[in-house]
Design a protein around this ligand. Structure first.
Ligand code: CTP
Ligand code: MG
Length: 229
């Protein structure tokens, strides 16, 4: 079976609040999305990468990576899950048993070691898996009044990161299943959970942050200057 990647990059970065979507902000000499795609392309066994872009995107096609023979572009949707579903539909060369890595354009600090750990461990699992990080803060359950009602045991709580790795056919079918039922899908693992799958949690680096607010860009620049590999 072959290995593919999908990069959801059709968001507008409303929380970041810049003129341009956050994946096009400058970071250590290139744009955020170029770091995210470069990390995937360092994996030699990858057959291709499909990037889901906003319908009005005028920037991606001007980046050097748009000319890479392994990089394909499609138009994404209004939700991240829809962008991923459309990207999978655009991967006409993929077979159901192939594996697909889904990685946020907004995560530029992905290390080779984390990709390799995910590939090694999740491909041994019947469902697949995702990079994840342990929750470090004490977690509270709140009432509707905004008061702490209980402290949640954090020993079995993880933060879902990307990449997430699943079989092409199973992920496509899970996303369709969830969309048809209006189930909220915020990552690929949640779609697999809804159809009864139990994706493997592979502990990844805490440096693999998602750019959400401007301060995250400062943090990413610091991590990349030190080298994530
Ligand atoms: N994404 C996408 N299609 C959407 C929404 C998001 O492909 N309709 C992508 C984003 O471009 C990003 C990743 O999914 O790479 C994670 O989403 P998020 O961090 O929420 O990015 P935005 O939606 O752009 O940011 P915000 O929610 O602050 O508007
Ligand atoms: Mg969003």
């Amino acid at each position: 079976s072959r290995l593919w990647a999908v990069v959801p990059a059709a968001g507008l970065g409303s929380r970041f609040g810049a003129q341009l979507p956050k994946q096009y902000m400058s970071l250590a000499g290139k744009t955020v999305i170029e770091h995210s795609i470069a990390a995937l392309l360092r994996c030699d066994e990858l057959s291709g990468v499909v990037v889901a872009l906003h319908v009005d995107d005028k920037i991606f096609s001007g980046l050097p990576c748009a000319n890479n023979a392994k990089v394909m572009q499609i138009v994404g949707g209004a939700e991240r899950s829809e962008s991923v579903e459309l990207a999978l539909a655009g991967l006409s060369a993929a077979a159901d048993q192939d594996w697909v890595l889904v990685h946020d354009a907004a995560r530029p600090c992905l290390s080779d070691q984390d990709i390799q750990a995910l590939l090694l461990r999740a491909r041994e699992h019947p469902v697949g898996g995702l990079l994840a990080a342990r929750v470090v803060d004490t977690v509270k359950r709140a009432s509707s009044q905004g008061e702490a009602v209980a402290t949640v045991d954090r020993n079995d709580l993880w933060r879902a990161l990307t990449p997430q790795l699943f079989r092409y056919g199973a992920l496509r079918d899970a996303l369709i299943h969830c969309r048809e039922r209006g189930l909220p899908v915020t990552d690929e693992a949640s779609a697999m959970e809804y159809i009864g799958g139990r994706p493997l949690l592979v502990e990844g680096s805490h440096r693999n942050i998602k750019i959400t607010y401007p301060d995250d860009l400062t943090m990413a620049a610091f991590f990349l200057a030190g080298g994530v590999n």
